[in-house]
Ligand binder design. Structure first.
Ligand code: ADP
Length: 246
């Protein structure tokens, strides 16, 4: 079986400024990868490269075993960008309509079958927002909107969920529930790439960690990361505190 994401020696610069340098890493099916690093360390850039939203200057990237530039299986990827929680979103559709959009790639035309609609309803149920189905997406709270986007990805039967700081602006309780949801989706087999600034959340939830600061400092299982010096090396010797939630 092919990997979900395969990066080989990937580099990218904005003009002269390198943002990602010679990064090689692999995300396998069923992985929950936490992507961490200080502010401005290239996390969002690397995620955009992995999803084909940017093209590398050097190196190569495969998604589902295909060069990312040729990917014709966009429905297999659910991407929740950093902006997804911010207010004033421009989605004047209802939550149910938004989630049903996840089915269009499968339906192949503008009319959904009863099966497509049932899958969309199930996705609403899974993320716990059935009661919000008739609300407009741009009227939701940040946390509710995250769930709507995740439901849309589930409806499209995505194999990979990529999330860029998905709980910025979300209260602590909803945040915990959100990470429990991610964990249970991952247990059902969906691969997850999570950018999250709270290292404690990442070490608690992710089974693999990629720690970057332009270059890759660590890529491996969470346990070996916690035991390594990668964190202090990548973050500098300024004493980043690791919080654990138990
Ligand atoms: P992170 O997600 O870890 O905070 P980013 O990938 O957003 O880091 O940014 C990495 C570096 O690239 C930073 O120095 C940032 O200022 C720079 N950068 C990000 N986006 C752009 C852009 N569109 N144009 C120029 N520089 C950028």
């Amino acid at each position: 079986m092919s990997s979900v994401v395969d990066c080989h020696g990937v580099s990218f610069a904005y003009g002269e400024q390198p943002a990602v340098s010679d990064v090689s890493l692999t995300v396998e099916q069923g992985d929950f990868l936490g992507l961490i690093g200080p502010n401005g360390s290239g996390k969002t850039t690397l995620l955009h490269l992995m999803l084909g939203l940017l093209s590398p200057d050097e190196g190569s990237i495969e998604l589902f075993g295909q060069p990312v530039d040729d990917i014709d299986q966009g429905n297999r990827i659910g991407y929740v960008s950093q902006q997804a929680t911010s207010r004033g979103g421009t989605m004047p559709v209802t939550v149910r309509e938004c989630v049903r959009m996840g089915r269009f790639a499968h339906a192949g035309h503008a009319r959904l079958s009863a099966d497509d609609e049932a899958i969309a309803e199930e996705a609403l149920e899974t993320v716990g927002i059935t009661d919000l189905a008739e609300q407009r997406v741009n009227e939701l709270s940040g946390g509710q909107r995250q769930r709507a986007y995740i439901a849309r990805a589930l409806a499209s039967e995505a194999d990979l969920l990529a999330l860029d700081e998905p709980t910025v602006g979300v209260d602590a309780e909803s945040r915990d529930a959100f990470y429990q949801l991610l964990e249970s989706l991952n247990n059902d087999g969906i691969a997850i790439i999570l950018i999250e600034h709270d290292i404690g959340v990442v070490t608690d939830r992710a089974d693999r960690i990629a720690c970057i600061n332009t270059e890759l400092y660590h890529h491996g299982d969470t346990e070996s990361f916690v035991e390594s010096d990668a964190l202090s090396e990548a973050y500098g010797a300024t004493g980043t505190v690791v919080h654990h939630h138990h």
